[in-house]
Design a protein around this ligand. Structure first.
Ligand code: 5RP
Length: 284
């Protein structure tokens, strides 16, 4: 692997622990103003100091992120569909030159295995890998599977392995039963998404299980920014990922930090409304 690619990856996957806590806030690229991200700047600013990397689009980066933030950027460079249409019908939307201009530490797209536009998404990934090799830019592939396919070890394992075969430097997928089987058959680092909003204790348990079973970290969105106490939550997640804390220890830390007035995000809906909206996300 080229020096530039290794150097960029080491900004994201911290060499000290070999792990990462990425904050995913790219949801708007097809979901629009997702609950908790309506005012992206207000939501992300208090979390940025605790994130090992932030995954977002160039629009949110330019308009809502402060260039002085230290967190490396994982730039979503695909799009073209909305929740109202066929989600797999996306393409590469951002050039590598633009990613370099924005000082991205990695670029990312989704691959849709078993979906109508599977091939285009895989060709898109290959294109990024080819361009990434030219400019020293690592590529994170995000795995999605067709609407009728279960997000289980069989299909996610298939998607992760294909992503690695196409040359992705690291892969983002979902946690599921037998996750260790996916990790065993994927030769590049695996990062798990948080999925729909669940109680904090459950999200911490998911993090713990994923790490135990071979993930190098999380790229968590809704379970952080839709939490009642997002900054407390990201720090609790980090304690599991980097400090090997147990679920109960991390939950105690969450409660402690929440009790100590860790900053909340700006505009929060009541929890029932949030859960309802979150549960109907097309990602789940
Ligand atoms: C989906 C993505 C999102 O960033 C990610 O899945 C959202 O994170 P979470 O599920 O934790 O809210 O890449 O294509």
């Amino acid at each position: 692997m080229d020096w530039g690619i290794k150097n960029r990856i080491s900004r994201i996957i911290k060499p000290k622990t070999g792990k990462t806590v990425m904050l995913a806030v790219d949801h708007g690229y097809f979901l629009g103003p997702t609950t908790g991200l309506e005012d992206a700047r207000a939501t992300v600013a208090p979390l940025a100091p605790y994130a090992d990397a932030i995954m977002l689009t160039r629009g949110i980066l330019r308009n809502c992120a402060d260039p002085s933030w230290n967190a490396p950027i994982v730039l979503r460079v695909s799009g073209g569909a909305s929740i109202l249409t066929e989600l797999s019908n996306e393409t590469i939307t951002v050039t590598m030159e633009e990613a370099l201009r924005l000082n991205a530490s990695a670029v990312t797209n989704s691959i849709f295995i078993g979906a109508p536009h599977e091939k285009e998404s895989l060709v898109g990934l290959s294109h990024l890998v080819n361009e990434g090799a030219r400019y020293g830019m690592p590529v994170l592939a995000v795995t999605a599977v067709g609407k009728d396919m279960k997000r289980d070890a069989r299909y996610l394992g298939l998607a992760c392995r294909i992503a690695a075969e196409m040359g992705a430097h690291f892969v983002k997928t979902y946690y599921c039963e037998d996750f260790e089987e996916i990790a065993k058959s994927c030769p590049v680092p695996l990062i798990v998404a948080g999925g729909k909003k669940t109680p904090e204790l459950e999200a911490l348990a998911l993090t713990y299980q994923a790490i135990q079973k071979g993930a190098v970290g999380v790229d968590m969105g809704r379970n952080i920014f839709q939490s009642e106490h997002p900054a407390a939550m990201i720090r609790a997640v980090a304690s599991v990922v980097h400090e090997k804390k147990s679920v109960n220890e991390a939950y105690a830390l969450y409660k402690h930090l929440a009790g100590n007035g860790q900053p909340k995000t700006a505009k929060r809906q009541d929890p029932a409304k949030r859960a309802e909206k979150s549960a109907s996300s097309p990602w789940d």
